[in-house]
Design a protein around this ligand. Sequence first.
Ligand code: ZN
Length: 117
Amino acid sequence: MRWKLTCRDAGDGSGDAILDLPDDLLQAAGWTEGDTLELEPDPDCSTIRLKKVVRCDVCDASTTEMGHGVLQAQWRDGEPERMQLCRSCFGYAMATLKRAHWVNHMFDDDPDSGQED
Ligand SMILES: [Zn+2]
């Protein structure tokens, strides 16, 4: 996806630039107000790449390079809950849940039903 956008001076003497992101770009990229974006200039400096920065809700690590996992609930009688996790924290959550499953099923008749894989 490519868009041609124009930076405008922030007008506060800082030398900062403001880049207005059009709605069709936000929609196509899945970005919303409040997201943190990272600029990555291409080597020839003719274009810049924008990437959404997601921080792990547990350890605050950036998940830009590796991606992130999502733990999400949509309760019928309450607020939705959501956590974005780095690979390490997501792995910990998954291992903890698999261990709980194993403990809950360790005395089941079927010896294979509760084993971790
Ligand atoms: Zn983490």
